[in-house]
Design a protein around this ligand. Structure first.
Ligand code: FMN
Length: 201
């Protein structure tokens, strides 16, 4: 099939929309929306976010001062609130109050949990590095708080219950998750075994 060379840019993949919250030096909570988020370690559990360091984000300043943040996962019914937290700055507005959300102090770090978000990770900053325009901040997850409605009976987070917001940078729109495309670590293993069996023949 014909292929076309595209303009150079970093983002071609959809990402999960997250909300990072932190306290400022006066103890006021602020939050902003991020699409640059990834799981970066299983042991210890760590997540990494990337925040534009050239554009004076209040949340980044607060995170660097407190060495802590909470990563919250909104659901598709919270698109308006998530989008607002990503287009207004805590330097100009009390964003969390404006959307009618409330906060509680995290138990393990000095950062605010947004009560209305169904899933929150309390994180302690363990590493920062600046690459190009963005500072990557890695947080070790110290506590996870989830609404029971998004869990199965074994305490696993079920994405179809969470209904996360997927951000598409290419078309600048939000999507829900689609249906299941397959099992992970199964079709690949079956294929690998079939190839190995063929080799033994
Ligand atoms: C969908 C969406 C995704 C965003 N992702 C990021 C991101 O990954 N990194 C970043 O630095 N800013 C991102 N932003 C922009 C910030 O959320 C925005 O600049 C915000 O106003 C910063 O607020 P603050 O000054 O209170 O920290 C995103 C905004 C939206 C709407």
């Amino acid at each position: 099939m014909a292929k076309k060379e595209l303009k150079l840019r970093a983002v071609v993949a959809p990402t999960e929309t997250v909300i990072v919250s932190a306290y400022d030096p006066d103890g006021k909570a602020d939050a902003c929306t991020l699409a640059f988020y990834m799981v970066s370690s299983h042991v210890p559990p760590c997540v990494t976010i990337a925040i534009n360091a050239t554009q004076k984000r209040k949340t980044l300043k607060d995170i660097l001062e407190t060495k802590a943040f909470v990563l919250g996962f909104p659901n598709v019914r919270q698109v308006k609130e998530a989008d607002y937290l990503g287009v207004e700055s805590g330097y100009r507005a009390d964003k969390i109050a404006n959307i009618g959300f409330t906060v509680s102090p995290a138990q393990t770090v000095h950062a605010p949990i947004i009560n209305e978000l169904p899933l929150s990770l309390e994180c302690e900053v363990v590493h920062t590095v600046t690459v190009g325009s963005h500072m990557q901040v890695t947080g070790e997850v110290k506590r996870i708080l989830a609404e029971e409605s998004i869990l199965d009976e074994n305490g696993r987070i079920i994405l179809e219950k969470l209904q996360p917001i997927i951000y598409d940078e290419e078309e600048r729109l939000y999507l829900g998750i689609g249906g299941k495309a397959g099992d992970a670590f199964r079709p690949g293993i079956e294929f690998k075994k079939a190839l190995e069996a063929k080799d033994r023949e």
